[in-house]
Design a protein. Sequence first.
Length: 84
Amino acid sequence: MSTQVLPLELIDKCIGSQIWVIMKSEREFTGKLLGFDDFVNMVLDDVTEFEYTPTGRKETKLKQTLLNGNNICMLVPGSSGPSR
């Protein structure tokens, strides 16, 4: 017998841990998930932003960021982001 886990329940279990957020654009973010709302808008702490440009990958460190849930494509719990 399997148990059902709803998407928002899974995200809730990730609060306080590392998460990798892949956006619909050419950007990805990794950081500690501080919180989210019903629209999956997210607040991340100790963030690294990865931006893919024609000249290569650019990394930017940020203290905190707020991500709009409409622009999130995929979440990877427990991951520190793309391979370096």
